[in-house]
Design a protein around this ligand. Structure first.
Ligand code: SAH
Length: 359
């Protein structure tokens, strides 16, 4: 851990140690309060007042909400959080007709330097701790509850590269599963293609979903769009994906941001279909029309082009869905998270308001 542990950094044993002489059931009550009731530790009224006061002190929050914005239809909420030391990250909650999903950040900034991604354009700031990741989910789950919805899905598709922060991200995954009770099938890690990370993931017990941000299916174009490809080229990446599939027996998905005239031609679809079908279980393709970002001139593929590209893939026997564009008008869509433009002054240090801005 980098700084002082926060309320969702501590595991059950560490919590017990923090509570010192308190009987074990007190620890259970606090754990339950944090993960089942999604409560503020200082507000657990079943506990004696002195203990509550102590908890508020030894279990500080990690995230200070700076601002939140809600899409016009109310189905997408984005938060800007300030972290200890001043870094900022964004978290996005999405209500769909059949499910509620939160998209969490794993790093402040990102070192992967994909030119079409706002986070990549900003550069790397620091790793997030396990507690900083878990707390994003808990705050989103609280908001979902007040919207009469249940948060069931977590996608690690916010700011940062999850597999470049493996040692903190994986314990967060385990906590979401074990303490928050989310099913592994509803947790999705998205990676730019960090091969050693994928191999490590294949050795874990929990069979989480893996999404690979491909965007190009030949090394020349991918070197250009996704610079880490020079370190982990496509043949190595596909080998690791195949091993992951064999280990988990679960289909993985390729993310493909459609960029006008760049990776949306018939030839691109053919190469992509070949790669998807080269895996032991053909990959599912998620098409995302490129969202605009300040530092990238090329536009997203217009919608007829998106439909055409999807058809080319299905005709080649590859399953492809177009990801509905959520939150573009509040800059909450894929690749738009930047946290660079403060909407309001940073929240002062101190307790976080329990209720975030009502919708
Ligand atoms: N670093 C991880 C997690 C980020 S996920 C990864 O690369 O997978 C965010 C997803 O949005 C990735 O698939 C990313 O490639 C994609 N993306 C980035 N910029 C985008 C943009 N401008 N429009 C659409 N998708 C974008």
């Amino acid at each position: 851990m980098d700084g002082m542990p926060t309320r969702y950094d501590v595991d059950r044993d560490a919590l017990g140690a923090l509570l010192g002489d308190e009987p074990r059931y007190r620890g259970d009550q606090v754990w339950d309060g944090l993960y089942k009731q999604l409560a503020e530790p200082g507000g657990l009224t079943t506990l004696p007042k002195a203990l509550r006061r102590r908890l508020a002190e030894v279990l500080p929050p990690a995230l200070a909400p700076v601002a939140s914005s809600t899409s016009a239809d109310g189905d997408t909420v984005k938060w800007l959080f300030a972290l200890d030391g001043g870094a900022r990250v964004e978290t996005v909650l999405m209500h769909y007709p059949d499910r509620t999903t939160v998209c969490v950040s794993t790093q402040a900034g990102c070192a992967m330097a994909c030119g079409f991604c706002a986070t990549g354009q900003a550069g790397f700031e620091r790793q997030l701790s396990t507690g900083e990741i878990v707390e994003q989910v808990v705050l989103a789950a609280r908001q979902a509850r007040s919207d009469d919805r249940r948060l069931g899905n977590v996608v690690f598709m916010g700011m940062g590269e999850p597999l470049a922060n493996y040692d903190r991200v994986w314990p967060a995954v385990e906590r979401l599963h074990g303490a928050l009770g989310l099913s592994a099938r509803h947790l999705t890690l998205s990676t730019v293609g960090i091969v050693p990370g994928i191999r490590r993931l294949a050795g874990e017990e929990l069979p989480v979903n893996l999404a690979v941000s491909l965007h190009a299916a030949n090394d020349t174009l991918r070197d250009d769009l996704v610079p880490i490809n020079k370190r982990y080229p496509l043949d190595q990446l596909m080998d690791a994906c195949a091993d992951y599939l064999r280990a988990k027996g679960r289909r993985l998905s390729f993310e493909w941001a459609l960029i006008d005239g760049t990776n949306d031609r018939r030839r691109d679809a053919a190469e992509l279909a070949d790669l998807a079908r080269s895996l032991p279980l053909a990959a599912h393709v998620n098409l995302i029309p490129l969202n605009p970002t300040p530092g990238w001139p090329t536009r997203g593929t217009p919608s007829e082009g998106v439909q055409r590209f999807q058809r080319w893939l299905t005709d080649a026997g590859v399953n492809a869905t177009v990801r509905r564009n959520r939150g573009t008008e509040i800059d909450a869509a894929c690749g738009q998270l930047a946290a660079a433009h403060p909407i309001a002054p940073a929240a002062p240090a101190g307790p976080v308001p329990v209720e975030l801005r009502p919708r």
